[in-house]
Structures are given as C-alpha cells and as structure tokens.
Design a protein around this ligand. Structure first.
Ligand SMILES: *Cc1c(COP(=O)(O)O)cnc(C)c1O
Length: 389
C-alpha cells in the first residue's frame, strides 16, 4: 500500500505559473484587465479560430453558446450520454428538451450512423434538433466530417464540447478551429489538460456569435455606442440590451492560463508518451485499449480501458475497488447522463442507450496526467495486473 494515491488526473503548476499569477496580484486589475484578452489571444493562436472568449467555466461557456445559437423552449438539443452532465444541462438551462444519441462502440463518441438514423425519424416526427453537441471524449476527436454533413442536410447547429481535447487535431487541423462546427467549448478545470483553476472558453469564426456571447458573458451590457438604443448620456454610460450573466474569468485565472498554454505542446507530448507506454505494457491483458480514429491526434485527457469481463473471474466493481485499495486513483468517465435520477425524472430509462450502458459496465479511467512519472505508471500497471486475477 502506497502512502499517497496516484490520482487519475492532476494539474502541474510550475514556479513560472506562480510568478505570473503573483504579478497580476500586484497589478492594477484583478478582473477586466489586459490578461484575459492575452489568454484569449493564446487560444486563438493555438486553435486558429477567429474569436476566443474566456469564461468562468465550460458550463457557462456551453450555456452562452446555446443561447447565442438561439436555443429556446420547444427546441431540442442532442448530445451523447457518455459525457459530463454539463453537456446536456445547457439545453435545459435554455428551456429546451434534451435527447441523446448512442455512442460508437470503438471511439465511445456520439455515433454518426445512429445520429443519421435518429435525424431521419425526427424529421418525420417534426422534432429535429436545433443544436447537436458532439463531445471529444478523452480527447479523441469525433467524426466531425460526418456530423458537419448531417448538420447541413438537417439544418442543425454544432457545438463541439472540447473540454477534453485542447491540443488535439482532427484531419491535421487543431480542435477548436470550428472548421466543422459553429462554436467550440473548452474547460480549464484542474483535471483537464490546461488549467485556470476554474475556467472555460468558446471559440468561433462567426462575428455575430462572438458578439452575442461576449454580451451574455457580462450581464447583457454593452459600452459600444454602435450597439446602443439611445445616444450615450456621458462617459459613464452603458446599456443593458439583453439578459446576460456574470460569467467572466478573472485576471488571476487568465495569467495561469497564459502560462500553461505556453507548455501545451509539452503537455500533449508527455501524455502521448504515457499512452504509448500503457498501450505496450497492457497489450497482453484481458482489456480493450483505446482505439484511435484514423487521421486524428488525441489531446489524451483520459486513458480509458474496458475490461473483457468474459475473460476474467472478477467483476468490474471488484477490479475498480482493488485498484483504489492499492493506491491507484482510478475513476469512471462517465455515468451515462440519461441514467441520472434527474434525467430519469424527465422520462429517460435504463436500456435507452445500450452501447453507452455497456461501456459504463466495463470502463475504467487509469491515471493520466502530464507530470505522471514512468515509475508511477509502472505501479499502476502492476496493480492492474494483480487486480485482474
Ligand atoms: C469538465 C467538463 C465540462 C464542464 O467543465 P467546467 O469547466 O467544470 O464547467 C463539460 N463537459 C465535459 C465533457 C467536461 O469534461
């Protein structure tokens, strides 16, 4: 038994990160200063998107993204069941109805074939979605070409939930460039690839969407005379022209983000080294290892294995608990959203999305973070070998 549990994910904070945050503390602005725009520039540079807006979380980012795309009561939002609840909740915030599309058994992402089948039926029923949110689970990019083609054919908008995927690529272009979507959302929670403690961002190439999301981020208030209804009364003047929120990121958070973004390349390559090592070390065990969609590069937020339960004598729960007991902080991403009590109350049932539920009954997230040592990784592999007996 180790004295310290190896977590499934963990931030890496350097002296440089600390220095940058301290310098903001000593500056004139703790919020609404120059560092948030600097962080937004670094996201734009990385993704190649025309607009980037930092928010206080990805949950807030998803909310304003849905609002900017006009999601209202009576509309439908579709996403995958295998995601964090926030990817679905944003639809409910807008008064829309939420529905799910089951996952692909190999990528664990929203399945484009099932999406097309469901769209065909929804068209007959007059219940086509206004927004579909594909989630790049574990950092693995979704099949965005197929989704974008269906978006065109059936007239829905696409928000990529890239909370797991900053630093990844789809067909040679960076996740977040919105080549195949209207808006992309990132999360900077500490377990994610880049952190600002709490934080999120949206990217888009559409000026009107960027302006609307910027307005909603800060109370629906504008100081731009071009957007005002009346002539400004004086230098103090602002107008509230929409009902927005306070979803702003602080300068402290942005300073951490700027500093972390400088190391994003290193973060991703460290994760790939670890994943390659896991792939080798685990290849002979009764497990399904992560599959990689061709022509994509994962951000590798998570390394998820699936147990071949018919080849081992213990249960999923037993393997999980043995790993936890031996000091390996495994986790499970995710409990299918439609099986949550809140969603069951909305009418969803166990059995509605069988591929997602099967995934849930076999999946375990092994520790994966860029500062993880090979020694820690060997310990995880050793514990897993023992747990499978
Ligand atoms: C973490 C996460 C979110 C929410 O991010 P916050 O920044 O914590 O609000 C949304 N979607 C997915 C897929 C996530 O993993």
């Amino acid at each position: 038994m180790r004295d310290k549990v190896i977590p499934y994910g963990k931030q890496e904070i350097t002296q440089d990160d600390i220095d940058q945050v301290v310098s903001v503390l000593n500056s004139d602005f703790l919020t609404q200063g120059p560092v948030v725009p600097e962080f937004e520039e670094s996201i734009k540079r990385w993704t190649g998107a025309e607009y980037a807006l930092a928010m206080n979380s990805a949950t807030s980012a998803l909310h304003v993204a849905c609002m900017a795309l006009g999601l209202v009561e009576g509309d439908y939002l579709w996403t995958t069941p295998v995601t964090f609840v926030a990817s679905a909740n944003c639809g409910l915030y807008c008064g829309a109805k939420v529905d799910f599309v089951d996952i692909d058994p190999n990528t664990y992402n929203l399945c484009p074939i099932k999406l097309e089948q469901k769209l065909k039926q929804a068209k007959l029923d007059g219940k086509l979605p206004k927004i579909v949110i594909p989630v790049h689970l574990c950092g693995q990019p979704c099949d965005m070409t197929a989704i974008a083609r269906l978006a065109k054919e059936y007239g829905f908008k696409v928000i990529e939930d890239a909370s797991h995927a900053i630093g990844g690529q789809y067909k040679g272009s960076p996740i977040g460039n919105c080549e195949f979507s209207d808006i992309t959302v990132f999360s900077f929670h500490p377990v994610k690839i880049v952190t600002t403690a709490e934080g999120g961002a949206v990217t888009t190439n559409c000026k009107a969407l960027a302006e609307r999301m910027s307005l909603l981020r800060s109370h629906g208030i504008t100081r731009d005379p071009a957007q005002m209804k009346n002539a400004p009364h004086g230098g103090w003047y602002y107008e509230q022209i929409d009902l927005g929120f306070n979803y702003r990121m602080t300068e402290l958070q942005a300073a951490l983000g700027v500093s972390q973004m400088n190391r994003l390349n290193d973060f991703i390559s460290a994760r790939h080294k670890l994943a390659d090592r896991y792939n080798n070390l685990l290849s002979k065990l009764p497990l399904v290892l992560p599959y990689q969609l061709p022509d994509t590069y994962s951000g590798l937020h998570l390394y998820v294995i699936r147990l071949k339960l018919n080849e081992i004598s213990c249960s999923h729960l037993e393997v999980f608990e043995k790993l936890r007991a031996s000091g390996v902080g495994v986790n499970l991403h995710y409990i299918p959203v439609h099986t949550q009590p809140y969603y069951q109350k909305l009418g969803f049932c166990h059995g509605d999305f069988p591929e997602s539920e099967r995934y849930y009954s076999e999946a375990i997230s092994l520790p994966m973070f860029h500062a993880m040592s090979f020694e820690q990784q060997d310990f995880v592999v050793d514990a897993l070998e023992k747990a499978l007996i």
